[in-house]
Design a protein around this ligand. Structure first.
Ligand code: OOG
Ligand code: NI
Length: 470
């Protein structure tokens, strides 16, 4: 029997992301400062573009809403259950990211909504990484990590019950949806009581800080949240200025991704460096608990641009590789200016206007019938021709926004926030990417992001064509 108090999955996601934000603001006060800074920059940009007046309260709220979060999981079982949890909020695994070539022992996917309508309802998504213990050389440490992880349970019984209810009924009712959000949030809350002694913690930390961050805690705390900005360069500059004034929000050295352009492509990201949080380790043999510090969590900012076709992506990867190749290792504070200049100059060959991007098939577009197109049809002229209709403006187009992540950028975000005192840090791991293992753990294949963009473009072409020739 249908119920009238069924809650839409998109609404659950929207409210869940709000709760996450409120929780993270409390846990990491610097994050509140970052949100405020991003909000200011967005308002300035809207004012400069004379667009502020056209915006409703809703538009503004949506603009300043977080676009993504990131979590790090320890076991295949955790990934499997997290997939079930996100599916309650209409978020599904899209894309596979192997970060091992950059020396980060994880592989990842993005849980997100896949259709335009749902993304508009709430753009929230979660970059989700699974630790690859098999990449850790020290067998003892590997076994110890696996044993610790196998004992932890990250979902409460109530949460499991609610997920099962959703799986049986296909939806949650009002009261259950509210409990679901409350229980789901707890999974990502920071609990400063670690589960191992400080000796063990320090051992993990020495081998790789990610192992310490994932293995020693009771649950996969949210690692960062990321609002979206209309001008990431300005946010970066403000963070630098802010540091000299207050000492807060030290930004990473460079903005990841493509350079600043007229038509933004893909995704640009920056973050402030991870803060130090107070943790407590259980005292051993009846001794009192030990206090210590943990460094892993931060705040990030993103600016999204147009999604690239495989051909466009190839050009992007080539130009980025070329730039990175001329710098030894990851760009840092000492060469960040030179890096950004090189990046910009190498990317000068990448067309920077919508029409060239479209004609050269470098980016994905959405097409629509314009008002003059509708008027033309009303005159009953039977002269449909796709290219010509675009030329005369009967069919308009706009870029499709990139909704995913970039492996090189993601590795850069990871690395700039790992503490530097690790002695065995690697530049890369020998073992190959292991998509099959990841999908086995997940319990399904990841969706192909390129197909999602291509389908959106194709459907819009079909809709326009049908409109004129019906
Ligand atoms: C994830 C880093 C990647 C992004 O936005 O590319 C990421 C992490 O640090 O866990 O969040
Ligand atoms: Ni991120």
């Amino acid at each position: 029997m249908p119920h009238d108090d069924i809650v839409n999955a998109n609404q659950i996601r929207h409210l869940f992301s709000k709760s996450m934000s409120d929780m993270y603001k409390k846990e990491v006060p610097q994050y509140s400062q970052l949100l405020e800074l991003v909000r200011q920059v967005n308002m300035e940009k809207l004012q400069e573009k004379k667009k502020l007046k056209e915006m409703t309260e809703d538009d503004l709220e949506r603009l300043n809403e977080e676009r993504h979060g990131a979590i790090r999981l320890g076991t295949a079982e955790e990934l499997y259950n997290i997939r079930r949890l996100f599916s309650v909020m209409n978020m599904h695994p899209v894309g596979y990211y192997d970060l091992s070539p950059a020396g980060v022992p994880v592989h990842s996917t993005a849980f997100r909504s896949t259709d335009d309508y749902s993304l508009n309802q709430s753009p929230f998504r979660v970059f989700t990484s699974l630790l690859r213990l098999e990449l850790i050389e020290d067998k003892d440490l590997r076994d110890k990590s696996a044993a610790i992880l196998s004992r932890r349970r990250i979902f409460s019984d109530a949460l499991v019950g609610l997920i099962e209810k959703f799986e049986t009924d296909g939806a949650l009712r009002l009261k259950d949806a509210a409990s679901f959000i409350a229980e789901a949030i707890k999974v990502f809350q920071f609990n400063n009581e670690i589960t191992v002694s400080f000796d063990v913690y320090s051992n993990f930390l020495k081998t790789h800080p990610l192992i310490a961050d994932i293995v020693c805690f009771k649950s996969p705390h949210i690692n960062h949240l990321t609002p979206s900005t209309l001008d990431i360069d300005r946010v970066q500059d403000r963070m630098v200025a802010e540091v000299s004034k207050t000492g807060a929000c030290i930004p990473k050295a460079v903005i990841e991704g493509p350079p600043r352009r007229e038509v933004p492509i893909l995704l640009r990201q920056t973050s402030f460096k991870a803060l130090t949080e107070h943790i407590v380790a259980p005292g051993e043999d009846g001794k009192s608990p030990q206090e210590g510090k943990h460094t892993a969590r931060f705040g990030e900012v993103e600016q999204r641009g147009i999604a690239l076709t495989p051909k466009g992506r190839q050009l992007y990867d080539y130009l980025l590789d070329k730039t990175r190749g001329s710098f030894q290792g990851i760009p840092n504070e000492s060469n960040s200016k030179l890096y950004m200049e090189n990046l910009e100059s190498n990317f000068s060959v990448f067309p920077d206007d919508l029409n060239s991007l479209r004609k050269d098939k470098l980016a994905f577009f959405k097409y629509h019938v314009t008002e003059s197109g509708r008027n033309h049809l009303a005159q009953n002229v039977n002269d449909f021709n796709w290219d010509n209709y675009i030329k005369v403006g009967y069919i308009g187009y706009s870029g499709i926004t990139y909704e995913d992540f970039l492996p090189v950028s993601a590795a850069g975000i990871f690395q700039s926030n790992l503490s530097t005192n690790q002695s065995t840090k690697k530049d890369t791991f020998e073992l190959n990417s292991s998509r099959a293992d990841f999908e086995n753990a997940l319990g399904c294949s990841v969706l192909d992001e390129l197909k999602l963009y291509a389908d959106l473009e194709k459907n819009s072409i079909q809709d326009c064509t049908f409109y004129f020739i019906r």
